[in-house]
Design a protein around this ligand. Structure first.
Ligand code: NAD
Length: 334
């Protein structure tokens, strides 16, 4: 079997915490052979940390000419669109970080080019490759609590990512780099709500820019096509740490994600059932899906990213117009 050569563009926190560790899990079929970061030392440090025999490139062009088959794009949000187009133009498969672009129009252009060239374009919507999240969505799809009528998601932090997750990465809170809590966290959580409750009809959102020039608090009320509702509460500026909350309610019970695992409450059962995260069977990670898709031909790997972006754009639009916005989503199945 061919060993695919992969380049990594942007050697910051997510490359360190996710892309390189997950690439090791597919080491039999793929290897990182080239790295590029505008701060060369970051690429060098990553190569050293993972003991990579990779070329440290001085530009994206150089990386594209280094013989790679595929590229992982892990740069600040602003660059995803242009860098993806450039990689696709050069005939490379692309795994791009979320949000895949800064508008649905940009995303459509990226998708059209990937389809035209017959290349895999995947978005690193991490929750879609997480076993506990899949188990949670599967339980709901299996009718464990009946057809859901409401969900609530609260995910709050006391700091923005430039202080906590990737110290000094101020692009996360700057408009010109397309940073914000919407593109950082709503892009995951609105997508997870969609996964659990189905197609979205409309979104009413209010955002606040409390300590930053971009939204650092996001509150949204989502109406699904089934008639169900969901509330989404996100913050980077909470005064203290509160446990995250993700709960879905149906006529037969409720399912919640907790620190211990997935908890299922049933109407006629006294004790809730706990499914510990450690008991949930692993599923293929994002990088395995990406590399396998390259080998056998990808099929709409961009879909989750495309729809998650549409939800983010609806949140931004609704806050701007102070009216409900209809996300420009497309059907899951074709
Ligand atoms: N999937 C997830 O769960 C998840 C989690 C965190 C971050 N992300 C995404 O990953 C991306 C990177 O986030 P991060 O936390 O690693 O940020 P970071 O700031 O830690 O790393 C970004 C790196 O890109 C480099 N860079 C900047 N401009 C560049 C350019 N034009 N070309 C090449 N390199 C450039 C920087 O020097 C830096 O090393 C963002 O899009 C973010 O939204 C995804």
């Amino acid at each position: 079997m061919k060993k695919w050569k992969v380049g990594v563009v942007g050697c910051g926190k997510i490359a360190l915490a996710n892309h390189l560790p997950e690439m090791l899990t597919v080491a039999k079929n793929a290897e990182v052979t080239a790295l590029y970061d505008t701060v060369r030392e970051k690429a060098e440090a990553l190569a050293e940390k993972f003991n990579l025999q990779a070329t440290i490139c001085s530009s994206l062009d150089a990386l594209l000419k280094s013989g790679v088959d595929a590229v992982i794009i892990a740069t600040p949000n602003l660059y995803h669109y242009k860098q993806t187009l450039k990689c696709l133009q050069a005939g490379k498969h692309v795994l791009v970080e979320k949000p895949m672009a800064s508008s649905v129009e940009e995303a459509e252009e990226m998708i059209a080019l990937a389809e035209e060239k017959g290349l895999v374009l995947q978005v690193n919507q991490s929750l879609r490759y997480s076993a506990p999240h899949k188990k949670f969505a599967d339980l709901i799809a299996a009718g464990e609590i009946g057809v859901p009528f409401h969900a609530n998601c609260r995910r709050t932090a006391t700091t923005s990512p430039d202080k906590g997750w990737s110290p000094g990465a101020t692009w996360f809170v700057q408009k010109k780099y397309k940073g914000s809590l919407v593109t950082d966290i709503a892009v995951h959580m609105a997508d997870f709500l969609y996964w659990c409750l189905g197609p979205v009809d409309n979104v009413m959102a209010q955002t606040l820019n409390l300590d930053h020039e971009v939204p650092d608090n996001v509150n949204a009320l989502i109406r699904f096509k089934t008639g169900a509702t969901a509330t989404l509460e996100l913050s980077w500026t909470f005064p203290c740490n509160l446990e995250d909350r993700f709960e879905v309610f149906g006529p037969e019970g409720a399912i919640a994600m907790t620190n211990e695992g997935i908890v299922i409450h049933k109407k006629n059962r006294k004790q809730p059932r706990l499914i510990k995260y450690s008991a949930i069977k692993a599923i293929p990670n994002s990088h395995k899906v990406f590399i396998d898709s390259i080998a056998k031909g990808g099929n709409r790997n961009w879909l989750y990213g495309r729809n998650a972006l549409a939800l983010c754009m609806a949140i931004i639009e609704s806050n701007k117009t102070q009216a409900a916005a209809v996300p420009a989503m497309i059907e899951s199945e074709k």
